[in-house]
Design a protein. Structure first.
Length: 119
């Protein structure tokens, strides 16, 4: 069975008799939705479409994704690669926003501006 359909049916069962805006989701349902979302995101599907498939808001789904162990920002160290050529530093870059928007052909300064806006 399709995981999105499985989630919707389980959520409806769990919330029988409640108004849609008053639904509550168990930890198991949230984990099911988050797992489905991560798989779909790895396949390139936008968060908005995944939320629509699950019949939850994008904000709600985003909150559930934050509960994933290891989610969020992690420290990284950027080191220079001495083997990299000068031309590689000027090659266009690609950025993907949290909402799934893919931007290609960017410069480093443009990527840094996006990072500032989306922090």
């Amino acid at each position: 069975m399709d995981r999105a359909k499985q989630f919707r049916e389980a959520a409806a069962q769990e919330n029988r008799g409640r108004q849609k805006n008053g639904w509550r989701y168990s930890r198991e349902l949230k984990a099911l939705a988050a797992g489905y979302c991560w798989r779909q995101r790895e396949a390139g599907e936008p968060l908005t479409e995944i939320a629509a498939e699950l019949d939850v808001s994008t904000v709600t789904l985003s909150r559930w994704l934050e509960d994933r162990p290891g989610a969020g920002f992690r420290p990284v160290t950027v080191v220079a690669d001495p083997a990299a050529s000068e031309s590689a530093s000027s090659s266009p870059l690609t950025a993907v926003t949290p909402g799934g928007l893919r931007l290609e052909g960017l410069t480093w300064s443009q990527v840094m501006e996006l990072a500032r806006v989306y922090r």
